[in-house]
Design a protein around this ligand. Structure first.
Ligand SMILES: Cc1cc2nc3c(=O)[nH]c(=O)nc-3n(C[C@H](O)[C@H](O)[C@H](O)COP(=O)(O)OP(=O)(O)OC[C@H]3O[C@@H](n4cnc5c(N)ncnc54)[C@H](O)[C@@H]3O)c2cc1C
Length: 430
């Protein structure tokens, strides 16, 4: 085992660390990177600005992709999650409500789901991110919480150096590679990529916790209500344990700006007056304040790396532009970043061309088509009539039904959505 080396400077003012990888951020993306680096025996330093357990504004819904990465990390972890019914709500499907209020219940495919488990789950991020964080302790990971990054610099010798403050001490950590897992407002992205996420691919979401919402599906389906006033976007109700629900609304930021929409009012209005929603909130109580945060969506392929650096999760803008799913993609990109790093360190290289080949290209080969399909669906969902039409057809077409299910559970069927023959079949009701 190789340890992160630690050296105190003679002046005693700065602690110098040498490692192989620096990870900024310990959310799902950073945690997944660290977990798989540890599995490969690669020493690394994690710098996190908050102290765990910490909250993250989110819908709290974890898909099959999250379960897949967890299982790859350690098959016992999904077992641990699904056994803990007090904190984790297993979810077996999704309810779509079209702009004209037609309801479509789609159970997630039970294929590949192990006994006693479910395709997905819902749990507050306070709980899930802490679950992941507690798995990071290892001889290979040096973790600094409540740390403030002061500077990130590429050195003349081809390494990266990060200066940070932790418990009143100044640290200077040096490594050949840095992973930006620092979320939506990524400092690593800002430092190394001149183009920041374009406003067109940006969604804003509000989250609220309510107690006592009624009419939830018996198999804990997540609910997406595509209200005409928030398209392309949706109002959601996701069930959590103990009678709590995560309720929220998400909408593209360019549309919010253009139409001068007050998203908070829009959400409260739906809860108070929408005939399909309001009666379910008649005895419900808001149990936390309503809070908002941004969702950087992947509408088209963008660079995720360069000399010495790799971006993961929200720092890479990896949120699915139709479903809004970001946790699974954050963990998946973190896992692939760790696999790429293992190869790069073996080769003793960390130049932009090789990192792109080992990381960006692999990631987009695996989930690029899925993201392209979601980007198309998001564009189509600008049109309520089309949405109503698709939901109407999904009631009759098994193919379409299966495809919508696959958007939340698998990748393969999504390819069909990009074939013209698929639409012909729907039109012909097959
Ligand atoms: C309203 C809303 C609803 C959503 N609903 C869902 C949902 O239901 N399902 C889903 O899958 N996704 C959802 N998402 C998306 C999901 O929350 C993100 O995609 C996911 O959190 C990305 O994980 P991450 O690790 O990349 O970033 P984060 O979870 O943001 O973690 C980044 C970490 O980096 C730390 N950090 C940031 N800056 C620094 C710094 N300078 N120095 C050190 N540390 C730093 C932060 O403290 C944090 O711990 C939603 C998002 C929003 C806003």
């Amino acid at each position: 085992m190789i340890n992160n080396s630690l050296k105190r400077e003679p002046s005693d003012t700065k602690i110098a660390l040498n490692t192989r990888v620096i990870i900024i951020g310990a959310g799902p993306a950073g945690a997944a990177t660290s977990i798989f680096l540890t599995k490969a025996g690669i020493p690394h330093v994690i710098i996190e600005k908050n102290q765990f357990p910490r909250d993250k504004i989110c819908g709290d819904a974890c898909s099959g992709k999250t379960v897949f990465v967890l299982r790859k990390a350690n098959p016992l972890w999904p077992e641990e999650i699904f056994k803990n019914k007090a904190e984790y709500m297993p979810s077996h499907g999704v309810t779509f409500v079209s702009p004209n209020a037609k309801v479509l219940n789609i159970p997630f495919s039970p294929a590949k789901v192990l006994e006693g488990q479910a395709p997905g789950f819902i749990t507050p991020r306070l709980t899930f991110d802490n679950f992941l964080f507690e798995k990071l302790a290892s001889n290979y990971a040096a973790i600094y919480q409540k740390a403030t990054v002061k500077s990130i610099e590429r050195q003349a010798d081809g390494t990266v150096q990060v200066n940070f403050i932790h418990e009143d001490e100044t640290y200077e950590v040096t490594a050949p590679l840095i992973v930006g897992a620092d979320g939506d407002k990524s400092q690593v992205r800002k430092k190394f990529l001149s183009s920041h996420t374009s406003s067109k691919a940006y969604c804003v979401g509000l989250r609220a916790y309510y107690q006592g919402v009624t009419g939830l599906h018996e198999n804990h389906f997540i609910e997406l209500h595509f209200l005409p006033e928030v398209l392309p976007g949706y109002f959601w109700i996701f069930p959590l344990p103990n009678g709590i629900t995560n309720v929220g609304i998400g909408m593209m930021s360019d549309r919010i700006r253009k139409k001068k929409i007050n998203l908070r009012e829009e959400m409260l209005n739906a809860i108070k007056t929408n005939p399909n929603i309001s009666h379910r909130f008649s005895n419900a109580k808001l149990v936390d304040k309503i809070q908002g945060w941004g969702l950087p969506m992947c509408m088209k392929r963008q660079p995720l790396s360069g000399d010495n650096f790799l971006l993961t999760g929200d720092a890479a803008g990896m949120i699915d532009p139709f479903t809004g799913e970001g946790i699974g993609n954050a963990m998946y990109s973190g896992m692939l970043a760790a696999f790429a790093i293992e190869e790069l360190l073996k080769a003793g290289k960390h130049d932009a061309a090789l990192i792109k080949e080992k990381y960006d290209d692999v990631l987009f080969k695996r989930i690029g088509n899925e993201l392209k399909t979601s980007a198309t669906l998001q564009r189509l969902s600008h049109y309520p009539w089309l949405f109503n039409f698709v939901v109407e057809k999904a009631h009759k077409s098994k193919t379409l039904n299966d495809t919508i299910t696959s958007m939340f559970t698998g990748i393969d069927l999504r390819k069909q959505l990009r074939k013209p023959s698929f639409y012909t079949r729907i039109l012909l009701n097959r």
